[in-house]
Design a protein around this ligand. Structure first.
Ligand code: AMP
Length: 286
């Protein structure tokens, strides 16, 4: 496994791989790897000849006052974990390498980035689509792997790839959870022990919502309030959003839920903002 820091070197490796007709798989991350990231890499490993993972804490996708400076970083540990799952190349450029002085070009997906995390974190998705676009251009993957954990992000990336006719297959990988159900996240290290205990409420309330739907509840408002009450049982939880939307289009569901429903949560515990989601199929009586 090689660690590459410059775009020029990365492009050289890609050129050689293309010459050999190798399939390139890309797993973009911000590092501080956990099993959620490693699952993406394991999936990619099965389908590609050259497996590239990128480790880049992208300043563009952090707003003022967010955790860019505090975001956990540990390249040595990441390299060991990545090697363990058979990654060929870690591409870990500096901020200056990615955005040199006089950088002026941005990629923006409209409409679906104005809701949910896009509403809570203005500019976030413009940072994501810009960096992912650059990473796609640098590594020219046949396939790129994204986690369902960031449900809106993967939809935005799929839309960008479709709208801009990029010849890249986007593969979605299911959420990996801790034993008690908390979705794995690099940000979980910020949680105090009490916050960590209570953070399981996100998954618990999603499971409860799934049970309610399975039991016949199809009214959006009732479901919303059931989830809200459930989360509020955790004294340290501050709800950022509870969203009930169409799982494909991200458009709001009608009052009577139908088809594949995305239930997505963003909840703060102290300074830590956690997200989680599930997709539930609502089967309506005919
Ligand atoms: P991040 O480093 O947080 O930007 O995440 C990099 C990639 O890993 C994204 O595609 C995430 O959706 C994915 N990811 C992060 N946590 C998980 C998880 N618990 N399960 C599945 N995928 C995840």
């Amino acid at each position: 496994m090689k660690i590459i820091n410059t775009i020029a070197e990365m492009k050289e490796i890609v050129k050689e791989a293309k010459k050999l007709g190798q399939r390139i798989g890309l797993v973009p991350t911000m590092g501080f790897l956990h099993q959620g990231h490693l699952n993406l890499m394991e999936r990619a490993r099965e389908n590609c000849e050259l497996l590239v993972t990128t480790i880049f804490v992208n300043p563009l996708q952090f707003g003022a006052g967010e955790d860019y400076d505090d975001y956990p970083r540990d390249l040595t540990r990441d390299a060991e974990l990545a090697r363990g799952v058979g990654v060929d190349i870690i591409f870990a450029p500096s901020v200056k390498e990615m955005y040199p002085q006089g950088y002026y070009t941005f990629v923006n997906t409209d409409t679906i980035t104005e809701v949910m995390c896009g509403a809570s974190r203005p500019g976030h998705f413009k940072g994501v689509t810009t960096v992912v676009n650059k990473l796609f251009n640098i590594t020219q993957p046949d396939e790129a792997y994204f986690g369902q954990k960031d449900a809106q992000q993967v939809i935005v990336i799929e839309k960008m790839v479709t709208d801009l006719n990029m010849p890249i297959n986007i593969v979605r990988v299911p959420i990996v959870r801790e034993e008690d159900g908390l979705a794995m996240s690099s940000r979980n290290v910020y949680l105090s022990s009490e916050e960590r205990e209570q953070a399981v409420i996100l998954y618990q309330s999603l499971c409860k919502a799934r049970e309610l739907i399975a039991g016949g509840l199809t009214m959006k408002d009732k479901l919303y309030h059931a989830i809200k009450e459930n989360i509020e049982e955790a004294s340290l939880a501050k709800i950022d959003y509870i969203e009930i939307r169409d799982a494909q289009s991200l458009m709001p569901q009608e009052e009577k839920l139908t088809g594949k429903v995305l239930i997505a949560l963003a909840v703060r515990f102290g300074k830590t903002r956690l997200i989680d989601n599930i997709i539930v199929e609502v089967v309506n009586d005919v």
